[in-house]
Ligand binder design. Structure first.
Ligand SMILES: [Zn+2]
Length: 337
């Protein structure tokens, strides 16, 4: 029996030493130390030994078993160490994240979107026209014939004799009325161009939003109401509007529309030259000559039109005093707005 134990131990150690991989080590563990393993069998048979032999054999069996167990562990560890380690994913939640650089809309884009939305709520749909226009759409159809002195006020960049960069958004009125029949309620935002030298309030390219409503029985009161509501929504509920008589070739009667100064709320300050009012847009009732040019019966229909400088509106709204700042693209300014 003692010999048998010694041999089993010897054989086990050899076989474990020669194992080629972790699976073989595991198989050997089962073979020698498992529930139906060789050592279990030896222990079981020890019951039949004499009282002299039993302690000796028991001790030897235990020691051998422990040696085999250690050898198994050592061999298993060897194979585990030689395995390629799985790459540990490193995720340190304490490292500050990389903040993506958020962009934002330019003040002019914001003002445009807001104005369009305000007029949409008042029942106006948005239409667009080309920035390059014909002299007919930009001037003639708007009651500004060749040699009319008002052409000077709208002097722009000419591409050819009769092709130019539009000097206002009013040609979109003409295009809309040529394409569609009343009732019409549209706003047309977009870029416009003038031969202006840049200063605090002029820039050769700027933005306007044009408004046009044509239907039966449209009156100046409708114009005043629409503008008053729109300006209160855009500049704040305490904003007041007023109309001053004016002249535009394409409206009759015409008016300059002022709003109460957004800086001093009408009290008078340097921004409004102490007047408490600032000029914001031109408006009026569509001139019958314009209706005639686009083939709308001016006996049946009336309409109002307005043109508002979006840049100026954005400046009043955001407290910018120089229009050039809007086009410098200086992030220090834009990030404040
Ligand atoms: Zn003021």
């Amino acid at each position: 029996m003692i010999e048998e134990i010694k041999q089993a131990g010897q054989r086990a150690l050899e076989e474990i030493e020669n194992a080629q991989n972790a699976e073989q080590v595991e198989q050997l563990r089962v073979k020698y130390l498992g529930r139906k393993g060789i050592f279990k069998d030896l222990m079981g048979r020890m019951a039949g030994l004499s009282a002299d032999e039993k302690p000796l054999a028991g001790k030897l069996a235990n020691e051998t078993r422990q040696a085999v167990e250690q050898k198994l562990k050592a061999k298993a560890a060897e194979f585990a160490a030689s395995q390629p380690k799985p790459v540990k994913e490193v995720f340190d939640i304490t490292i500050p994240g990389q903040r993506p650089a958020f962009g934002r809309l330019h003040p002019i884009t914001r003002a445009t979107n807001e104005l369009v939305e305000i007029f949409a709520r008042l029942g106006f749909e948005v239409v667009y026209g080309p920035e390059m226009e014909t002299a007919f759409h930009n001037f003639d159809a708007l009651n500004i014939p060749d040699e009319h002195p008002a052409r000077d006020d709208f002097d722009t960049f000419f591409i050819k004799d009769d092709i130019l960069l539009r000097s206002h958004t009013s040609p979109v009125q003409v295009r809309t009325m040529l394409e569609r029949k009343p009732p019409l309620r549209v706003v047309a935002p977009g870029k416009v161009f003038r031969r202006d030298t840049p200063d605090a309030s002029h820039y050769p390219v700027f933005h306007q939003i044009e408004g046009l409503a044509v239907d039966e029985n449209i009156t100046l009161a409708d114009l005043k109401d629409v503008l008053d509501k729109a300006m209160k929504t855009f500049f704040g509920p305490d904003t007041r509007t007023r109309m001053r008589p004016s002249f535009f070739p394409f409206t009759e009667p015409s008016a300059e529309v002022d709003i109460s100064c957004t800086f001093c709320r009408g009290k008078g300050c340097p921004a409004c030259q102490g007047k408490g009012w600032t000029e914001l847009l031109g408006a009026g009732m569509v001139d019958p000559n314009v209706f005639k040019a686009v083939g709308i019966d001016s006996e049946k229909y009336t309409g109002f039109a307005f043109g508002m400088g979006i840049d100026r509106a954005a400046m009043y709204r955001f407290g910018i005093t120089d229009i050039r700042l809007l086009f410098d693209n200086d992030l220090r300014l834009l990030n404040q707005l």
